[in-house]
Structures are given as C-alpha cells and as structure tokens.
Design a protein around this ligand. Structure first.
Ligand code: BGC
Length: 833
C-alpha cells in the first residue's frame, strides 16, 4: 500500500489550477520530463502539455515593442518537444452513434482525481464520465517517465464501462504540431522551433514522428507503440509490478496486452502528427486497457538514424508490468541514496522537492552536457536557462550524487572558452560567465522584458550580475571540499577558479582616494536595483555581495595554486600564463576590495543609504501582495531603483554561503570587522527592506535566521516550502517549478540546520534546530568514509558511521571533537558539554 506521505493528490478538477498541477505532477528522469497534463486535450487556455529534454535549445528572432521603440530580439529557448501524451476516447454503445470525445472539461465529467506517487515515480489520473443516457465510463490512467531506461515513457489507460456494452473508440499518437507557448508574457515572441516533420509507422502497432529544431539542428524522433488488452479477473498478480496487472498491487487480475487486430486499427499520419485509431469491443463491467510505450531519441546524428533508434527502442521495450517494475526499482535506488526523515507536512513537501530535483538532475544527467535549469524541465519560464541557482542545488547533490555535480560543473567547464571570449569582448581578462546560459555558454539574458502589469517592454540589465562567476567558483570549491576529487581539481576546477579570479582581478580598479579596489557598474542578486536613480548608465558600485565573494574567489585561487601537484601546477601556469606577479595582484585585490558600510551595517552597494524609504504599508494596503514590487512601481511610472527595497537576499546571501566563522575570516581578510552584533544589525536592516520577490529569498532568510533570529526562522521555512505547492509567487509555478528553492530547502535540512561542513578531512557540525523542526534525520555519503547518518534531537545529535567504512570519521560538534568508529552511532550534546 502506498503511504500517504509519499503521495500528492488533487481531488476534483479545477481548470484554474490545471497549469499549476501540471507542473507539480511533472514526471522526469534527468534526461527528459513531461508535464502532468491531461492526455485528452491539446494545449489551450487550460492545459499545457509540455515535454522538454535537458540541453535541447533553439534560437529564434522576434520583433517586440511598438512604433519607434520596436526592435528585433533573439532568444534561445528550451524547446517544447512533440507531445507524446495524446490519448482520446469516446463511447459507442451498441446500436448508437459515437458520443463526444470525453475530456475533463466536458459536461460528462463526474469525478476526477490525480495522484502523484513520489516513491514510485508515477502519476495516476482517475476520471468518471457519464453521458445523458446514463452510460458511464471509468478511466484510470497511470504514466511514468522511465527512471531506469531514460529514453522511454509509458502510459497505461484502463477503461471500465458501466451500463453499456459496445465499442470504445480510442485515438492515440504523437503530436508534432506544438510550439513554445507556455508562458503568457512570451506569447508575442516567436515560438515555432520545429521543422522537417516526418511521420510513419515502424511496425503494425507503432507510429513514428521525427523532426528537427529549426536553428540548432537537433534531430528528434519519437516512436509510440500502442497495444490493448483485457484484465483477466481472478488471476493473482505476479509480485511487485509483475506483468502490470493492478499497478499498485491491489487488484487481483492479470493484464494481457497484445497488438490490436489489424481490422480494429486505423493509422492516421498527417504532416505533423502520427496517430492510431482503435475500435475496442467492450462489455459492461469488464476493464480493457491501452498501453502506450513511447521512445524518444534526440541528437545531432542524421534524421534517419534517430528515427531508427526511436523505433528500435520502442520495439525492444518490454511489456508495461516489466517496465513499471524496473522503473520503480530505479526510483527506490535514488531514495536510498537520499535518506531524509522529516515528519509531517514539511517532510512531505521535502519529498516532493527531492522528487523534482531528481526528475531534473538524476544520475542519467551525468552523461549529458546540461546545466541546472532554474525552472526544472517543468515549463518554459526563463526559457530553460541556467542561472546562478546551481548555487542552491550542487551543495546538496555533492553529498549524494557527486558524479552528477561533477557533470554539472563540466557543463560550465566546457563553456569556459565562451566565458573568456565574453570577457575579452568587454576589454577584460579571465572568464565572465553569463548571467543566463543555454546551449553555447554565451549571454542569453533577454535584452528587453515585458512588464505584464503595464504592458511595456523594458530594457533588462540583469546581465550585469557578474556574481554568477563567484557561484560557479563556489561550487567548484565546495565540490572539491566534499569529495576530495583531485582529478577534477587538476583537470577542470583549478582552471575555472583561476579564470574567474582573473576576471575579478581585471574588473577591480584601485581608487587611490579610498585606498581600496572597487568593482563598479554591476548588479547584485537583488534585481530590483539595476542602477542609480536617474543615472544615464545602468549598474551599481561596490555591491558588497559581489565584492566579498570576489575576494573569496581570489583567495581560493591562490589556495588552489598551493594544492596542485608540482607538475600540474607548472603546466597549468604555463598554459594559462599565470605569473607570480598576477598571483600577487590576486592577493592584493583579495585583501583590498571595498565593502561599503553605513549606520553600522554592511551597505548593499555604495549609496544605498541615500535611497528613499519605501512606504511598505501604503503599498500593501493598495496592492495586497507586493512581492513583485518592480512591476507595481514601474506600472505607476516609478522605479524600485529610487527606494531602499530589495527583491531578495543580497548582502544576507553572505550568511547563506559562509558559516559564521568563515564569513568573519573573510571580513578580516578584507580588513573589516564583522562581529555578531554588526551581522545581526545587518540582518534586521535588510529584513525590513526585502519584498521576497524570488523564491530563493525565503530559503536564504530561513537559513540565516535559524542562527540570527530563531523565532522568526520558521516563517521563512514555511514560505520556502510552500513556494511551489501553494504557488506563492502568484501564478509562476505553472510555468515551471523553482528548482533553486527546492534544492535550497533540502540543503537547509541537510547543511543549514545541522550547520554541516565537510572540510579538512572532518565533519563539522553546529546544529541550530528550530523548535518546529528539532527532530529529523538525514543520510549522505562521504568520499573515503561511505554512509553517514545524522539524527538531530533538540539538544543532541547522533552521528552514525556505516560499518563498511574503512576508517573512523573525525567529527566536531561545536567545540567538541571526537572520532566516530565504523559501525558506531554515538550521541553528542550540542552545547559541547
Ligand atoms: C531571481 C534570480 C534567479 C532567477 C532564476 C529571479 O527571479 O531574482 O536570483 O536566479 O529568478 O531562478
């Protein structure tokens, strides 16, 4: 039986919530994902079926704006692939004409329920229809995107007629006539990414559809095998999944599937779609089913080869039950690698976050050239681009799937030449990673964005967020610290760190008046400030987050120099022309970057204190939800640049990235003092000035408040957890989940609350349990030690080391240090007693 804690159920059908549910019920395997859309209806105002494959992008040009302000813009998008879900059906009782095609939107709908089973990675949709003459049809559909075989997706649909016998007409196939239209504010932009459709049949039960992305030239081929069958009552189900009778093991029938007799099938291939129409004889009370097994192949090889590959995969695929059993086993393996025991609602949501993280980035991703898409493979918001959000995801993955982290860092490494080119074009040295990255590693941030509130297209300066480079460097370093993967450091890590350090060093200019280095003309994580009020050029000076992280990167670049083996160090220095003089400059800049302060707090940037205070209460009274303050103010002819009002954590991000001692040391390195009082003042100051217009903001605030202001931390935890399930950013989840926030909430429990760090060959813990979340357990893998399990209780923590570990683990809890022997699980008091 499925434990409710592992399921996510929507009772009833609500067209207004449909796109949100589609995102939350998306199924993926790290290679591709499909939204949890109805199979009965095509894309429209209510439904948006979408299938996306990691790294499959295409570039199109569109015209935006009106009159003299009109201009051409180019955008690269993650492509909505041909839709493999379509499966429509209608009743034809004996002697009567066929009824209407049944859909959840039609008048025949009586009941609807859909359940995401996270443990098994399946989505079940149960619907009951009844027509005016009392003919009922119960439809039960189960689908999965195969976690074991990453090119397959499967959908079984069961039909039970009641009060009639006759024929069930089914139309099943693949629809290639799709476009990218999932985000209303992009709808004026070009969205037709596919061309060169080819349709056909590969076997009597299999239709095929191939096409190509029209600019990037990626060939896509899908093959759908359709078989039908009947449940034979009274036959015991064979084991877990068995041959797929009762898919949750709760039905005492056996499913026998076979190709539908030729006379009952009509294949209909159009220019952009390939379908099969089946006429299935049905009897009242007897369940029949239709199995659709779909293979997807993508690549740059010739079209014919892709077609053959998809057809081969579909032909070779086992029966439903065997596929389902293998799929469940693959998920079970993933759950075992990510142990997390949190009770109640928080636990259930965290399970959902893990589910979507793994559906986007699974061990299969390690074989691809793909980054961390900010909105998962779940929708088209942000065009599938890769931002700094990996900062919230990789530290979590490092302790479970280091091979996936390494591959994701490899995505950045392969785009290092593009980042160096981008810096050169700006007259700078080193690597300037793009704020938004897609297939090539060039800057993909849109130049104009639409404010849906005012209808105006506005210049977008968010590309000035060069701090993304520090996020890449941070992940390189944390990966190296948690895994000790020296091969990575030597072959890729050091080169990335040095390239990013070199960029910061070339961007920083010495200001003799200040006696410090300054970085000017940038944007920090808070996107509501992209320039000074009324200034002719965008960009801000001395963003504290940018400067502090740049100083940290420069210091790590120097540390890496010392870490490399002699020969590798010499070769790399020669190849990259890193001289002693350059390293000396890194050292100098890392000590002398300017961090502005005012009123005893760290300034977000120089001049923040001169901005006007915002009338928060007045705006709230007028608008209610003011998270997207930027849109509200712009629509009023105003600008957030004029106010002390941040979209999300900016200065406070420093407390997210660096544990208190590391942050204090970073400030000391820069010649500033950061004591607890100053940090707490800074936290309070920005807390009162932040609108949380990004889901990342709640994660960061939960993390830092757990230490700075415990009583308030839970509010932000709850907000971070509810971000997608309750669609807190007002309609954005339907356009894709927020992967950074999902990863961040998991990492909050894994590293944030336990205060977990892996460094210097030891596990450091500084637990800060919240009263509402003081009892939980997590498990992870440490390179060279194996499985470790932590159990937290109000004032105690238990560290269990697997008996298979080859050596004892050094653990520091507060000021106490101890050696945990393999196979033991000692408890330690948190306050060091
Ligand atoms: C946030 C960014 C984030 C991006 C993608 C924006 O709303 O401000 O920090 O990287 O969304 O998730």
């Amino acid at each position: 039986m499925t434990v409710p804690a592992w399921t996510w159920t929507y009772e009833g059908y609500d067209p207004a919530e449909e796109t949100l549910r589609e995102s939350i019920c998306t199924l993926g395997n790290g290679v591709f994902a499909t939204r949890g859309a109805a199979s009965e209806t095509p894309a429209g105002e209510v439904h948006y079926p979408g299938t996306y494959a990691a790294g499959v992008y295409n570039r199109l040009t569109s015209r935006v704006g009106q009159g003299p302000a009109a201009r051409e813009v180019e955008n690269e998008d993650m492509v909505n692939l041909p839709d493999w879900l379509p499966l429509r059906y209608r009743m034809r009782p004996a002697g009567a004409p066929p009824g209407d095609w049944l859909t959840p939107d039609g008048p025949e709908l009586r009941r609807h329920r859909q359940t995401l089973d996270m443990r098994h990675g399946t989505l079940t949709r149960e619907t009951v229809y009844e027509d005016g003459a009392g003919h009922r049809l119960t439809v039960r559909q189960l689908r999965f995107v195969h976690m074991g075989d990453p090119h397959l997706a499967v959908q079984r649909t069961e039909f039970t007629p009641e009060g009639w016998s006759g024929t069930l007409e089914v139309r099943s196939g693949i629809d290639g006539g799709v476009r990218n239209a999932g985000v209303p504010r992009y709808r004026d932009l070009a969205g037709h990414h596919l061309c060169d459709w080819r349709t056909g049949t590969a076997a009597e039960d299999t239709v095929t559809l191939g096409c190509r992305t029209n600019a990037s030239g990626i060939h896509l081929a899908l093959a759908a095998r359709t078989r039908a069958g009947t449940h034979v009552p009274g036959t015991p189900v064979e084991g877990n999944g068995g041959n797929g009778g009762g898919w949750n093991g709760n039905r005492r029938t056996r499913a026998v599937a076979s190709p539908v007799p030729a006379e009952a099938v009509r294949t209909v291939t159009g220019e952009r779609g390939a379908f099969q129409e089946l006429s299935l004889p049905v009897r009242a009370g007897v369940t029949v089913f239709v199995d659709k097994t779909v293979a997807l192949s993508t690549g740059r090889e010739r079209a014919a080869e892709q077609d053959r590959e998809a057809a081969r995969l579909a032909a070779r695929a086992a029966d439903f039950g065997v596929l389902l059993a293998a799929h469940r086993r693959a998920w079970e393996g993933l759950w075992q690698r990510t142990p997390l025991e949190v009770r109640g609602r928080a636990g259930r949501i965290l399970r959902l976050h893990r589910f979507h993280l793994l559906g986007t980035l699974s061990p299969h991703t390690a074989a691809l050239d793909a980054g961390v898409p900010a909105r998962g493979l779940h929708g088209e918001a942000y065009r599938g681009h890769v931002f700094w959000d990996e900062l919230f995801v990789l530290p979590y993955l490092n302790l479970h799937f280091p091979e996936v982290s390494r591959a994701l860092l490899g995505y950045r490494y392969r785009r290092l030449p593009a980042a160096c080119r981008a810096a050169r074009e700006k007259g700078l040295d080193g690597a300037m990673f793009p704020w938004q990255s897609g297939s090539e590693g060039r800057e993909e941030t849109q130049e104009m964005h639409l404010n849906p509130r005012s209808g105006r297209w506005l210049p977008d300066h968010s590309r000035l967020q060069h701090h993304v480079g520090s996020a890449v460097a941070y992940n390189v370093w944390r990966y190296w610290q948690s895994t000790g993967d020296r091969d990575f450091l030597v072959t890729q890590g050091a080169e990335m760190l040095w390239g990013i350090a070199r960029f910061w060093s070339s961007l920083a200019r010495f200001d003799p008046g200040l006696g410090r280095y300054r970085i000017r003309g940038v944007v920090g994580p808070d996107e509501y400030h992209d320039g000074y009020p009324d200034a002719p050029l965008p960009g801000l000076d001395d963003n504290a987050y940018t400067n502090a992280t740049a100083a940290w990167v420069l210091a790590r670049a120097r540390e890496t120099y010392a870490l490399l083996p002699d020969r590798e160090r010499r070769l790399l220095c020669e190849r990259l022309d890193v001289t002693e003089a350059e390293r000396a400059r890194w050292e100098e800049v890392s000590r002398l970057l300017h961090l502005p302060h005012h009123e005893g707090v760290i300034s977000q940037f120089s001049g923040y204190e001169r901005l006007a205070p915002l009338d928060w209460e007045g705006l709230r009274a007028r608008y209610g939800d003011i998270r997207r303050l930027d849109r509200i103010l712009e629509a009023e002819g105003d600008s957030p640049n004029r106010y002390q009002a941040s979209k999300q954590a900016d200065v406070l991000m420093l407390g997210y990235l660096f544990p208190p001692t590391e942050l204090a040391a970073l400030f000391t390195q820069l010649g500033y003092e950061l004591d607890e009082a100053r940090w707490h003042r800074t936290v309070d100051y920005y807390l009162a000035r932040t609108s949380h217009g990004s889901t990342l903001s709640a994660v960061v605030h939960a993390w830092i408040l757990a230490r700075a202001r415990r009583a308030e931390a839970w509010r932000y935890c709850e907000e971070a957890l509810a971000g997608d399930v309750a669609d807190l950013q007002g309609g954005t989840t339907g356009e894709g989940i927020h992967l950074g926030a999902m990863g961040g909430t998991l990492d909050l429990v894994q590293r944030g609350l336990p205060g977990l760090e892996v460094r210097d060959g030891a596990l450091w813990l500084a637990p800060a349990p919240l009263p509402q979340l003081s009892k939980f357990a997590i498990g992870f893998r440490l390179a060279e030690y194996g499985e470790v399990k932590l159990r937290l209780r109000r004032n105690r923590v238990q560290v269990a080391l697997s008996a298979a570990s080859p050596r004892p683990l050094r653990v520091r809890v507060g000021r106490r240090e101890m050696l945990v022997e393999p196979g033991t699980a000692p408890w330690v008091e948190v306050n060091g007693r």
